[in-house]
Ligand binder design. Structure first.
Ligand code: ATP
Length: 228
């Protein structure tokens, strides 16, 4: 049984329909890349799973429970750790205070997050709003890990960051995979994304149009669905 099972998701923004039938699953310990060109519905799918934008129809099962349209707070408590696009941290709390505020018991703690991101340890007394974009992204991932999620969702975690720090973040994602963390990830950096992904799910105009192991996403398929 999959950890996350999404079927037939249809989501609207007011009268405007954004998702027309999204199906995807993430198994225990699996890294699934959610892909598609701009505006195809990746962020909306993530927002629907977390009920930040409630889906109109479809079903979402997580860790054996139906979580469709449960409150975002409850969904987080059940074990979905979201790192949203645009990395949200508390700007007027220090790095350490941000991490502690998110803490829930489990293997992820200040010590293990600081080991994954040594830069956060170095900056632990700095206010979050004094961090670079990349450091804020690390902090956003650290905060999600502090909740000890069964599933980590990363929406464009490396977008717009300096190359050096992007590589640090990819290294941490590889370490998380190595550690058996289940991950649903959206990212445009195919060269880094494909080697870390077990499976890919491709959306086109709000629908799942292709699912398969990352190794079978041929250049022709990439060209057809991702325009690369
Ligand atoms: P990107 O890679 O550009 O972030 P995406 O695949 O994540 O794209 P979404 O952001 O989910 O795509 O957008 C899916 C569709 O929903 C698009 O047509 C978009 O214009 C529309 N949409 C997204 N957010 C809103 C909103 N707040 N109100 C109305 N329409 C929206």
């Amino acid at each position: 049984m999959s950890l996350l099972e999404v079927s037939g998701l249809q989501t609207f923004y007011g009268a405007s329909q954004a998702l027309f039938g999204v199906d995807l699953s993430v198994g225990e310990g699996e890294v699934v890349a959610l892909m598609g060109r701009n505006g195809m519905g990746k962020t909306t799918t993530i927002r629907s799973i977390c009920n930040l934008t409630p889906p109109r129809t479809g079903a979402i099962r997580f860790a054996g429970s139906d979580i469709t349209r449960r409150s975002p707070h409850r969904i987080a408590r059940l074990g979905i750790g979201l790192v949203p696009e645009g990395r949200r941290c508390f700007p007027n709390l220090t790095v350490e205070e941000n991490l502690v505020a998110a803490a829930r018991g489990g293997k992820w703690s200040l010590t293990s997050v600081n080991r994954l991101f040594p830069r956060l340890a170095e900056r632990r007394r700095q206010y979050a709003n004094t961090l670079s974009g990349g450091e804020q992204q690390m902090l956003a991932i650290g905060r999600a890990l502090m909740t000890n999620p069964k599933l980590l969702i990363l929406d464009e975690a490396t977008e717009g960051l300096a190359p050096v720090i992007r590589q640090d973040i990819w290294a941490s994602i590889r370490a998380l995979k190595q550690d058996g963390q289940s991950i649903l990830i959206v990212d445009k950096a195919l060269a880094e994304l494909l080697p870390v992904a077990d499976r890919c799910v491709i959306l086109e105009k709000g629908r799942t149009v292709w699912t398969g192991v990352a190794g079978s996403l041929t250049p022709a398929l990439q060209d057809r669905y991702l325009g690369v």
